[in-house]
Structures are given as C-alpha cells and as structure tokens.
Write a protein that binds this ligand. Sequence first.
Ligand code: ZN
Length: 330
Amino acid sequence: MRKMCPNCDKESLEYINKREKINIRGENIEVVAKYYKCKNCQEEFDDLYLKNDYYDKAYRKYRQEHNLMQPEEIKNIRKRYKLTQYEMSNILGFGEATLSRYENGALQDEVHDNLLKFISSSKNFLYLLNNAKKKFNQKDFSRIEKNAIALNNKKHSLYEEILDDISNYKEDILSGFKKFNKVKIFNAVLFFSKEGILKTKLNKLLFYMDFKFFKEFNISITGLRYAKLPYGPVPDNFGFLYNIMLANKLLDEKEKYYSNEIVGEIYFALEKPDLNIFSLDELENILKVEKIFKSFSATKIKDFSHKEEAWKKTKDNKIISYKYAADLNI
Ligand SMILES: [Zn+2]
C-alpha cells in the first residue's frame, strides 16, 4: 500500500484490524474494523472507504441477528418479479429512493422488511399488485401480473411436495436456528458440483459449510439438518434433495466404478449457481470450505469428519446438534 501518512508525510501506512463496537439502533454490534496505521509515527486513521466497510459489516450482522433480509435478498425478490425499482416501490407503497438505498446496503425499516418478506410469496404479491392497479398503465400491469401468475402456478413435483413436508421443522439448534432454505441449498450444491463431485464428498462439504458458518455466526446458512450415518455427517433426507435437482435438470449423475464391487455417484451441475443469493459472509465461508477440502478424496474427508465431536458424540442415525460446531476442526 503506497499511501502517504497525513501526519508525518511518509509513505508508511499499513492496515491494522481492531475489534470495534458500533452502535446500531441502540445495540452494540461488534465487528472487525480496518484502520490505517503509520509505521513511522504510530498514528491511526480511517477514511470514508474503511468506515463504509465496517458499517456494512455491522449492518449485515445486525440484520442476521434480527432476521432482516440482506440487500441482495431484497434485490432478488424484485428480480424474481422482473420489476424496476420504480414499479416495485409502487406496489410496496414506499419510495423508490428508499428501496434503492436498501438494495445498496442501507439498514431497512422493520415494517418495510416485513412487507418485502410478505411479497416473496407470489400469492401475496398478486394481492398487493391488484391494490396498486391504478398506479400502472394497462400494458405494464398485464406484464407484471402475467409473470407473477406464472410463478404462482409453477407445478410442484411429487418430490417437492414431500420435501416441503419433511423440511417443515422448527428453527432450533438442530437446524442451526434457520428456516430450511431450498434455494440456498440448491445453489450451494450447484457451486460444489460445478466440476463434478462424488455424492459422499458433497454431503460432507455441505455439513462443513453450515457448521463452520454456525461456529462463527451462530446461525446456519441453509437451515439443513444433518444426520449421523456410518460414513459421516450427511444432510437429512439428502436423497430427496438431489432427486429434485436431478428431476429439474439442475444436476446430472454419472456412476464411477472403483473396482468391480464399489460404485459411487458423481454429480455435475447443469446450471451455474446464483451466488448473489448468499450474503458476503456466507459466500466467503463457502469459498473457504471449498478451498480447505479441495484436494481431499471422499475417503480422506470421511476420515476427517469422523474425528469431529459432532460425529463422535451423536448416536447413529440421529440428527447432529449445531452445538458441536464450536468444536469443529476447521
Ligand atoms: Zn506517520
């Protein structure tokens, strides 16, 4: 970094990290903030860029703790209905500028957040759209309505109906205090299988992804529950998950023979993952897990997972509690 120290005029600034408590709506949120420090005169500085960065982190943490949507999740709702910010704000009844600020990282009002969550169901969206009909010309209204109806009518396959049933569990320590999030699960699978991956390794990468994130943030990414099976921790009912993805042409399956008796399934992603649906912290965690286990064979990662408290302390075929995330070996 070639940056002049404002105090002594030497090019001797470096970054330092400091734990900082930031007051957000009356709560102290702790984040790691970056500062410049001068090696020559020992002065510390920040600037607008660094300040924005740690406020951004603090907001993300605050949203996570308060179950508010992250900016990219808000944006995704709008994209799903193929709306401009102007159109979306007409439907929601709050200003376009406000919506734009939320999508760019400003901390949202809780009432607005509830409204946004409300319209993530296309049925609710259609209800509000009809209330706002007078704000649109006929052509735009029909286009938006048509899109939303198509989303609403999307046929559920049998697998998906079953999955909806079996994933309808509580948000507790067994799910990492998160609601089952099919979209995040699918996209994580697409990410890990982009170059082809053995199913048994994929199961463990998902486990490490969620448990490592829980270790750091006390919440899981996908809301998946993991069970202890003989060959390691696996997503509960993973068969249904992968079958839905296979049926919807998101994944392809090939068999790999190791010897005459042993055969394993390799999954290949048929679509690119949408990584925008993850928060930056989540994405960073996913990339880390991928990197850590990049060179691990399925057997090596299995053996590695067998050394985890999470695996050792859980009875066979039982759900593994996220409380063991604290002892995770990565
Ligand atoms: Zn200096």
